[in-house]
Design a protein around this ligand. Structure first.
Ligand SMILES: NC(=O)c1ccc[n+]([C@@H]2O[C@H](COP(=O)([O-])OP(=O)(O)OC[C@H]3O[C@@H](n4cnc5c(N)ncnc54)[C@H](O)[C@@H]3O)[C@@H](O)[C@H]2O)c1
Length: 381
């Protein structure tokens, strides 16, 4: 069975933000190599970016359309495509990739509309292709430990979920300075319906769903732009009701000065509670009703297999963002190999978010925007 894959990247050229993180994360496990790319929004910059990465000139493409057409006719065509372009381009690029028979790894938010995400889901299923979404925070071993414990009922019946995702980099009118990443994120044509909601709120929604498996019943969202004349929200507060009676509070904000990437998840059941903080991702604190508290640490014996298999470094050596990101690709690569070989299910493939999670994330954006516009609670179905 083939165990080394090749991939093409769309986006992630010179001056881009997240593409290089994807490439580093993929290279961490040495199971896939970048051999082709359409890396930028202009042909000249795409070719120059490919040169800087040392790609074969024959596989350095001016546009994604050219890449799919020419790669599809090669005997050594790439196995999958990693899409790291601004949000408005995800759907057309992913669609064309799937139509040409390539597996896809797509950054979030998956698409502009949940209908588009559903189309991708159906297309991938019809073609027997894998389509994953890089909700990278689900890759942390101790997030996976939390998921296993919550789903095994350790906390009892879940009552309350608190999720915070706070940044401060958009606290001022950064877009007016021509800042590349700020400019498209506040433009509805490029970012979609949500500002902070789409950029980081979708990570937050996914983290709750991943860990708890709870199904939403309704959302009541307050969306606000604190920076004058900004057309999309930069501050989000959502009250969530879940089926089964649990309540959630999700806040996502990009105007919290002093916060760089402050994520926390706290979950309380009728038997215990847990907390995880992005600043110390190797630790998970669990406290039981009788007051007995334990800090579980990545790498120590006795953790759930989902956490153990997701570790990269030996116990006592902290690991973080890149290893968690790498876990998403480990799962995606396993899923692609399984799809082609039909062998046993892989633990990591099972944990890697697919396009159905991406569809739910976009639906969350749509429901929150509707709720904020009508200033009322909106049912999930
Ligand atoms: N998973 C995460 O934590 C995370 C973090 C940051 C960004 N993102 C997501 O990644 C995506 C990219 O964000 P970014 O901050 O890197 O943006 P960016 O503006 O820094 O980079 C986008 C890149 O895409 C290229 N591009 C644009 N249109 C293209 C096209 N038609 N063909 C080829 N390349 C094209 C640009 O030239 C640039 O190289 C967004 O969807 C964003 O939401 C995810």
């Amino acid at each position: 069975m083939k165990d080394q894959l090749t991939y093409a990247m769309i986006g992630g050229g010179i001056g881009a933000s997240i593409g290089q993180v994807h490439r580093r994360a993929i290279s961490l496990d040495g199971r896939a190599t970048i051999v082709a790319g359409a890396l930028s929004s202009t042909p000249e910059k795409s070719i120059k970016s490919a040169q800087e990465l040392g790609l074969d000139p024959d596989r350095s493409y001016a546009t994604f359309q050219e890449l799919f057409e020419r790669e599809a006719s090669r005997e050594d065509r790439v196995d999958f495509v990693s899409i790291v372009t601004p949000n408005d381009t995800h759907y057309p690029i992913a669609r064309l990739a799937l139509e040409h028979g390539f597996h896809v790894v797509l950054d979030k938010p998956a698409t502009h509309t949940s209908m588009q995400a559903q189309e991708l889901e159906e297309l991938a299923a019809a073609k027997g292709l894998v389509c994953c979404v890089t909700y990278n925070y689900t890759g942390y071993p101790m997030i996976r430990q939390a998921r296993a414990m919550v789903r095994d009922g350790v906390l009892g019946t879940i009552r309350k979920v608190l999720l915070e995702y706070h940044q401060g980099w958009l606290a001022s009118d950064l877009e007016s300075t021509g800042h590349k990443q700020a400019s498209w994120r506040v433009d509805p044509a490029k970012a979609g319906l949500g500002g902070a909601l789409g950029d980081i709120g979708t990570h937050a929604e996914n983290l709750i769903s991943f860990v708890t498996g709870l199904t939403m019943k309704s959302v009541y969202a307050n969306l606000h732009a604190f920076v004058p004349n900004r057309p999309l929200d930069d501050d989000v507060s959502v009250l969530i009701q879940y089926q089964g009676g649990a309540h959630g509070v999700l806040t996502a904000s990009q105007i919290c000065i002093g916060e760089t990437n402050g994520i926390s998840i706290r979950i309380y059941g009728d038997q215990g509670g847990l907390s995880w903080y992005h600043a110390s991702p190797n630790d998970l604190r669990v406290t039981m009703l009788d007051g007995n508290a334990t800090t579980y640490t990545r790498g120590e014996p006795g953790l759930h297999d989902d956490a153990t298999f997701s570790s990269h470094t030996p116990p006592g050596h902290p690991e973080g963002y890149l290893e968690a990101f790498a876990n998403i690709y480990r799962g995606a690569i396993d899923a692609i190999l399984l799809q082609t070989s039909g062998s046993d299910e892989s633990q990591l493939a099972r944990l890697t978010p697919r396009i159905d999670a991406g569809r739910q994330g976009v639906r969350f954006i749509e429901k929150c925007v509707e709720s904020a516009q009508k200033n009322t609670r909106i049912n999930w179905v």
